[in-house]
Design a protein around this ligand. Structure first.
Ligand code: DGP
Ligand code: NA
Ligand code: NA
Length: 213
């Protein structure tokens, strides 16, 4: 017999990594896998450029606008907050969310500019905590070789090296770190193996938790 606090829900699965680490294509492969097993699943990404806040972020990333480092930090955070209630609704509806970037990108990319890490974490407090963080680990030099960067603001080797260090500072034993230099199918399989237990634990009623746990 289960208490009402342990209701079945979807899992919040987050993929993180440097630009060109392969997150985006692995996110869609993971989505197909979970859907194929019959789990209701959606692919999300942050920043979500479709909202008005997201359009300000997009203009900033493409160097069409210039914003103070703390200002853009708070806009990225606001972009996650504006999706928070929908996120909770979908999880409680039983939908698993595969999310391409989340609060860890927020902290890693801003603290790479020299902002204090605790200051960077503060606006994320109270967002839903992921059930699992999958980190696609790639040396910055290797990422830079992958067909080059697209030309957005952060897509520069020296900056990505700093971001990698900041991710290392955030990473703890709860993260699943995957070598992103392996063949695509090997990475795909390791991601599948990493998420299943979490999806099932959430189905059995693992409670939601909040940043920063
Ligand atoms: P993507 O759409 O995944 O290529 O992300 C766009 C860029 O924005 C990428 O270089 C990572 C960076 N980014 C993502 N989320 C955040 C955030 O919350 N804060 C900051 N400063 N940068 C972010
Ligand atoms: Na990018
Ligand atoms: Na991406």
């Amino acid at each position: 017999l289960r208490a009402s606090s342990s209701e079945s829900r979807g899992a919040l699965i987050v993929l993180e990594g440097l630009d060109r680490s392969g997150k985006t294509s692995q996110s869609s492969r993971l989505l197909s896998y979970l859907e194929g097993l019959g789990h209701s699943t959606e692919l999300w990404r942050f920043p979500d450029r479709s909202t008005s806040v997201g359009q300000m972020i997009s203009a900033y990333l493409s160097n069409k606008s210039h914003l103070d480092d703390r200002t853009i930090h708070l806009l990225f955070s606001a972009n996650r907050w504006e999706k928070r209630s929908l996120m909770e609704t979908q999880l409680k509806n039983g939908t698993t969310l595969v999310v391409d970037r989340y609060s860890y990108s927020g902290v890693a990319f801003s603290s790479a500019k020299g902002l204090d890490i605790e200051w960077c974490k503060a606006p994320e407090v109270g967002l839903l905590a992921p059930d699992i963080v999958l980190y696609l680990d790639i040396p910055p030099e290797k990422a830079a070789e992958r067909g080059g960067y697209g030309g957005e603001r952060y897509e520069q080797l020296e900056f990505q090296k700093k971001v990698a260090k900041c991710y290392q500072a955030l990473c703890d034993s709860s993260w699943k770190v995957i070598d992103a230099c392996q063949p695509i199918e090997d990475i795909e399989k390791q991601l599948q193996d990493a998420v299943l237990d979490h999806v099932m634990a959430c189905e059995r009623g693992r409670p939601l938790s909040y940043l920063w746990p």
